[in-house]
Each structure stands twice: as C-alpha cells, then as structure tokens.
Design a protein around this ligand. Structure first.
Ligand code: C2E
Ligand code: MG
Ligand code: MG
Length: 784
C-alpha cells in the first residue's frame, strides 16, 4: 500500500470513527422520539457514507477505493433498519449518480453489507450473542468476503486487476478495522445504555424516596432516623413539630448537641446499647412539647440494615398515647370509682376488703368494717332536689376521707351508704372494739357538723344553707377466723340497722342474735313466696258486734299455715311481705277472698247485712293502681261495695295525705267505707281527720287493755269517743276482752266492739259455727 492509499484509508477511518463521536456530540441518543432518532441517525450515517465516498484513495491506477461497506454494515449491526435504509438510499443514490462501470457493483457493496449487518443484528439479538471482538472480527471478515465476491461482477477487463489490488488489504486490514470500529460503537452503545439505566434508576430512586417521604410525613407518629453514632439522618414533620426545629437543623447532630445537656441523655445511652445489641426496644415516656404540652409517648426503636446486613442506624417511632391512656384511666375510674364522690365503689371496696382480711390473717390483728348511712337523706333529696343531695354526699365523702388514714379504705356503695374498712393493728378484742368505736365516734362527730349547701333558685341568687345531717353507723369486727367479706359487710349493715332502730345518729356493733333473727326472716321470706301457690294462706274472721244490732260483721285476719313452723302470726310475716313486695299479691288475694265471702253472705238472709273489714297495708295502698284493683274485684265478685270496709292506719295516711284523700274519695264514691285502724297510736291532726272520708275510728287495743286500771288510757279512750262524736264518725273498740272493759266503753258512748270477749279470730267454718250457736250482746247484759 502506497502512502496515498494509507492516507485515504486513514481519512476513511477517521470519518468512520467520527460516527460514534458525532452521534454522541449531537446527542442523538437523547432524542426521545424514536422515529425522529432513527431518521436523524440514518441521515448521519448516510452523510458520513457520502463523506467516505468522497475521500477514496487510488488503490491501483484507475481503481478508487473507500470503506463505505464497513460503515453501512456497522450501521445495520448497531443502528437497525430505518437508519440503515436511509444511509443505504443516500449512498446508493450517490453511487448511481457518479455512474461509470462500477456503478452496479459500487451499489451492491453498499446494499449487501447493509443486509448482512441487519441480519447479524437480528441473529445476535435472537440468539443472545454478545458482540465480542471475535464475533465482530468474523462479521468484518464475512463483509469483506462479500465485497470481494461482488467485485467478481466487475467487467472482466478490470475484475482481476481490482481484486488483486484490493484483495490483500480487504482480507487483512478491513476485518480488523471493522472489528475495532465495532468495538468502539459497542462500547459507546454500552455506555449509553448504562447511562440510560442509571438515569432510570435515579428516577425510580427519586420516586421511591418521594413516596417514602410523603408517607412518613403523612403519619401522625413521630419518626426519626439516626446513624449508629447517634447523629440524626432525618425525621418526619411530626417529629419536627415535636422538637420545634426543622429537619435540616437536626441532621448530623446528636441529641446531646441538640439539647445542650450537661450530661449524656439516658436515651442516648440506650440508643447506643440498642445499636450494639440490635434488639428492638419499646417504652412509654412523658415528654414536653415546645408549646408546654405534656404528652405521653409510646416509643419503639429498632435498627435498620443494608442488604448485606450492615447496621446503618436506628429508626424511632413515637406515638402520642395521652388520649388513649386518659380514656383507659377513665374506664378504670368508672369501673372502680364512684363518679360523684371519687370514692372507691363496691367492686373496689370488696377487693380491698379481701386484702385487709388477708393482712389481718397474716398479722393476727383485728380489722373493722364501718357501715355508714345518712339519716333522712331521702328527705333532703326529695324536698331540696338531687343537686343538694349530691353536694351533701360529696361533702360527706371528703369528711370521711379526712377522718381515716391513708391505708384505710372508704367507699360509697350507692345512695347515702358509705363503708370504711380499717386495720386496727391489735390482736386484743377489747382494744379493737375500743379503737373501732373511737374511729366511728370521730366519723359520727365529723358528719354531724353543719354543711353549707348551695341551692340555685330558678330566678333568684344562690342561696347558702346550713344543713344538719346525722349518720347511723354499724360496725363489724373481723379477724383471721372471720367469715367471708360479704358476710362481714352484711354484719356491718345489720349493725347499722340497729343504730337506725335505736333512733338514728348512733353507733352499734354487730350482734349475732340479731343476725340469727335476720337469717330466719330471710328464710321465711323465701317460704312466703310459695305460700300463695301452695294455698298455705287462710283468712280468719273475728266478729265485730254492736249493742243494738248484734253482729255487724267481721274483720278478716290473715293466717299462714307454714308446712314446718305451723301457724305463723301475721305480725311475723306481714312486715316481710311489705319489704319484699309480696304484700301486693297477698293483699290482692285477701281482698278477693273477703269479697267472695261477702257475696256468699249476701245470699244468706240472716247474714246479708254483714260487712267485712279488710286490713290494707301501706305498700298495697300506695300502688298507683290500687283503686282500679279494688274496683275490679268488686265488679268481678259483684258485691255490694257498701259492705266492704277498708282498714287503714294513721301512718299510712300521713305518708301522703293528699294522695290518700284522693284514693279514699274515689273508692268512697263507689260506696266503700274506711276505718282508721289502731287509732290513737299515730299522730293524726284534727284537720287531717276532718278531710278524710272516714266512716269509723278504731280504738287501738293497747288503750282498751288497761282501760279499767290506767286512768291515762281511760282518758284517751274517752277523748277518742268524744272526738268521733264531734266528727260524726262511728267508733269501734278492738281488743275488748272483759265485760268491765265493754261496760266502760259502753258508759262512755262506744257501742261497737271487737275482741276475745265476743270471739277470737276463727277459721270461716268455726266462725260460722260460733255465730250460729252464740247470742251476742243479750239485752240482759246491756246495762246503762
Ligand atoms: P289489727 O288490724 O289491729 O288486728 C287486730 C289484732 O288484734 C289481730 O291480731 C287480732 O287477733 C288481735 N285481737 C283482736 N281481739 C283481741 C283481744 O281481745 N285481745 C288481744 N290481745 N288481741 C286481740 P292478728 O290477727 O295477730 O293481726 C295482727 C295485725 O296484722 C293486724 O292488726 C293487722 O295490722 C295485720 N294483719 C292481719 N291480717 C292482715 C291482712 O290481711 N292484711 C294486712 N295488711 N294486715 C293484716
Ligand atoms: Mg285491723
Ligand atoms: Mg288494730
């Protein structure tokens, strides 16, 4: 090869090399529009191809030579179909335009390498063959062989001359050149691909980071990251708000540097430990926000790692659990404390009592339960309103707390009932009783002090009232051998009732005799429930007589034939029935049975004018539907209501005078009469008596009993009789046992009697038998 050829080859090589440089310099790889990029690439290759074709060198005289097929084949291999098509079109056009004998071959050496380049490209992609130097060399060799084969198409005259001239360089140099240029292009392509991937990765990373940031900032929890030296790497907005500083201020600093503390923060030490041990740590802590708010944090700290397991640092997540804690506290309070007084409620009391019993067993010491009930609290509540009642309860709770030691418990059971449990610290019973009484006395004294209660009137100003209250206190001592907590509380409750019974404002210790009585009454109450169903109740009839007319009727008195106890007197079970509400069905049964009997007598010539007196208990009378109940019975038994007499007591009426009058009037309008039972034992005022639609006063038997011996009783009876006369009421004396008593009553103007003198309460059968056989109040016995 002469120097001219060498220069030409170098020129060609430079232009070929320029392909990669210009492609990069023009930034064609960055053109995002694919078609545009392909068009531009094609134009570039085509232009370079034209440049190559314009810098040929003279191989042998008359044979001009260039490297167009290297360029075009590599274009096919690296740029693909469209750029190659454009480049081929441009260069072939030029070659045809140049004309001459080699025009056809000149075009062919463009088209065939281009096709081979494209096919090679397809093949290496299809079979996933990387373009290493060996394959590139082979590619170059195949191209050169193809070109040489094309040269065989030259006119015979020149064919062998040309092949002889260009053959050696084509076979020796051009494959190497193709390989080198291919390596350059491949390298550039690889680099561009790597750049593209890097950019894409950076974009993805950026997107992920943005997503993470948005997520972390959107969380209300406080999130912060630190490296293993404890320097902040970042935090979320909630954390910025908490610390009162922007993230940029924190990054790179330790807690120690931020707080400017003198000593190393304990959390910092814990963080170091956490980083070293790689264990997660959870804890709760109270923190203060920059605005002064105190907040309870539930914090979780853990380490975070790289893919290879390297510990990068710590992540801390803190949650504000103040509200949740408050709610939990509230729930706990509601479960164990009385919301009004903030004292422990029954549940907590029982728990503490259990503990106190355990302590007393351990120390062999006495403890005491004090049951405290406010006297007449209901009156205050009903007359002055619940607000005043609440104020009193709150004040009482405060006083009780003041009277007791820290280790004692005072609880509110509900209503006006309080219980104090105290440890007495002594194993001597006498001392224990003395101490318990001392404490109870102290409490009684404190609760008797006047209270200042405010009552807000609807229109007027706030009124301050001095209110006086007294407590009834029951005490039950307990010790190692004590019964269970419920029993102890019940005993204190019973002792409290003793205080009430003793006139209130008093202190009583639990008395076992009282307990036995109570237990019996509880058992009796249980049996009473069965009494109606088992038909154990019976009505006894006690005759009521009048001087002139003889038998006027009878009072029905309830009897209970108990299966084991025998006949139980009404005074033993009527109060129980009242307490339990059983008096309602029992009273109904009594009334109905009495009315049925009235109906039977109504059909009997000699008995049809007899009336029946029925005792009505307070609870029964207070029933809102009492009037209807009586009317219904009258209708269903179809009796003459005028023959039914209801016996009421003074205390029953005095409970609610106006209400009682209304009910009595309504029944009176139906024809029913009323008798005031046990008259003289209550506190009826004259004005009340005048307003009541009564027919009769019934002198209590306690006055009749000693009427002939006790001048006081005699005087009372005389007053009652004259009172009945002035009020124009009937009067009947009950408990008339002797003729002397009857005579006295008769002499003083009482003409109706009931008592053993005339007949005891008897079963219906005996009663009827008795009235048949006996003549009541024979004219002869009537004196005066
Ligand atoms: P009460 O209504 O004052 O009944 C009179 C009580 O005096 C009766 O006692 C009667 O047996 C008794 N008695 C009558 N005459 C004499 C006498 O000459 N000497 C003595 N020592 N006692 C006499 P009883 O039957 O034990 O009834 C007691 C109380 O039980 C009654 O007092 C009444 O308050 C109540 N009671 C009786 N039955 C009923 C009833 O069906 N319903 C209600 N709610 N209470 C009833
Ligand atoms: Mg009676
Ligand atoms: Mg009576």
């Amino acid at each position: 090869m002469d120097s001219n050829s060498f220069t030409g080859l170098l020129n060609n090589a430079a232009i070929l090399l320029a392909l990669g440089v210009i492609y990069d310099a023009l930034g064609l790889h960055a053109v995002t529009n694919r078609t545009k990029r392909k068009l531009l690439s094609g134009l570039l290759v085509g232009t370079l191809g034209i440049a190559v074709m314009h810098t040929p060198w003279e191989m042998t005289p008359g044979v001009f030579f260039d490297t167009r097929w290297i360029l075009i084949s590599l274009c096919g291999l690296f740029f693909g179909f469209i750029p190659t098509l454009i480049a081929v079109a441009m260069t072939v056009s030029l070659r045809i335009y140049q004309g001459g004998a080699g025009a056809m071959v000149g075009s062919l050496v463009i088209i065939l390498p281009a096709l081979i380049g494209l096919a090679w490209r397809y093949g290496s992609k299809r079979f996933n063959q990387p373009l290493d130097w060996r394959r590139l060399y082979l590619f170059g060799f195949v191209i050169q062989l193809t070109v040489l084969a094309c040269l065989l198409l030259m006119p015979e005259s020149m064919r062998f001359n040309i092949i002889a001239a260009v053959g050696p360089p084509i076979i020796i140099i051009f494959p190497v050149g193709t390989m080198l240029l291919g390596l350059v292009l491949r390298r550039q392509r690889d680099r561009r691909k790597a750049e593209r991937e890097l950019k894409e990765n950076r974009y993805l990373l950026d997107r992920e980071r943005g997503l993470l940031r948005g997520l972390v900032d959107a969380l209300p929890d406080l999130i912060s990251f630190k490296d293993i030296q404890g320097r902040y790497l970042g935090c979320n907005q909630a954390f910025e708000h908490y610390i009162g500083r922007p993230e940029s201020y924190l990054v790179g600093k330790t807690d120690f540097e931020i707080t400017g503390a003198v000593n190393v923060n304990p959390t910092e030490l814990q963080d170091h430990e956490l980083a070293a041990t790689d264990k997660a740590r959870c804890y709760e802590e109270w923190v203060t926000y920059p605005d002064g708010r105190k907040v309870l944090h539930d914090t979780m700290k853990t380490t975070f790692h790289g893919e290879d397991g390297t510990t990068f640092g710590l992540v801390g997540v803190s949650r504000d659990i103040t509200e949740r804690k408050n709610a939990e506290e509230q729930i706990r309070n509601l479960a164990f404390y009385d919301p009004l007084t903030q004292l422990p409620n029954r549940r907590l009391l029982m728990d503490r009592l259990q503990m106190m019993i355990a302590t007393s067993i351990r120390n062999n010491c006495y403890g005491a339960v004090l049951f405290i009930d406010l006297d007449h609290f209901k009156v205050l509540n009903d007359t002055q309103g619940h607000d005043m009642g609440d104020q009193l309860l709150i004040a009482v709770a405060a006083r009780l707390r003041d009277c007791l030691r820290e280790e004692d418990t005072v609880a509110r059971l509900g209503g006006d009932e309080f219980v104090a449990v105290i440890g007495l610290l002594t194993s001597n019973q006498t001392n224990a009783i003395a101490t318990a009484e001392e404490v109870a006395e102290k409490i009684r004294h404190a609760l008797c002090e006047p209270y200042i209660l405010n009552s807000e009137l609807e229109s007027g100003p706030v009124q301050v009232k001095d209110y006086h209250s007294t407590p009834s206190i029951g005490i039950s001592l307990f010790r190692a051998d004590s019964n269970n907590k419920n029993e102890i509380l019940k005993q204190a409750d019973m002792a409290m009732y003793q205080s009430k019974a003793a006139g209130r404002n008093a202190i009583h210790f639990f008395d076992p005799v009282m307990q036995a009585a109570l237990e019996e009454s509880v058992a009796l109450q249980a049996d009473l429930r069965e009494a109606i169903v088992n038909q154990e109740l019976e009505l006894y009839y006690q005759v009521q007589v009048e001087e002139r007319h003889g038998i006027r009727g009878a009072e029905v008195l309830l009897r209970w034939h108990h299966p084991t106890r025998g006949l139980v007197p009404p005074m033993d079970f009527i109060p129980l029935a009242e307490d339990s509400g059983l008096i309602i069905p029992i009273g109904h049964w009594v009334l109905e049975t009495a009315c049925r009997q009235l109906k039977i007598w109504e059909n009997h010539r000699s008995k049809k004018h007899w009336h029946i007196s029925v005792n009505v208990s307070a609870r029964q009378f207070r029933q809102p539907n009492f009037v209807k109940e009586v009317n219904d019975i009258i209708v269903s038994t179809n009796i003459n209501p005028a023959l039914l007499k209801l016996e009421l007591t003074e205390s029953l009426i005095l409970d609610d005078v106006a209400g009682s009058i209304d009910k009595m009037r309504e029944l009176n309008e139906q024809g029913i009469c009323f008798s005031m039972d046990d008259f003289g034992t209550g506190h009826s005022s004259l004005s009340n008596l005048k307003r009541l639609p009564l027919e009769q006063l019934k002198i209590d038997q306690s006055f009749v009993r000693d009427i002939t011996t006790d001048p006081d009783d005699a005087a009372i009876v005389q007053v009652i009789i004259s009172l009945s006369r002035s009020l124009k009421l009937d009067v009947i004396a009950e408990g008339v046992e002797t003729e002397e008593q009857r005579q006295f009553l008769y002499d003083n103007g009482c003409r109706q009697y009931q008592g053993y003198l005339f007949g005891r309460p008897l079963s219906l059968e005996q009663f009827e038998e008795m009235v048949e056989s006996k003549i009541f109040l024979p004219e002869a016995s009537v004196s005066g």
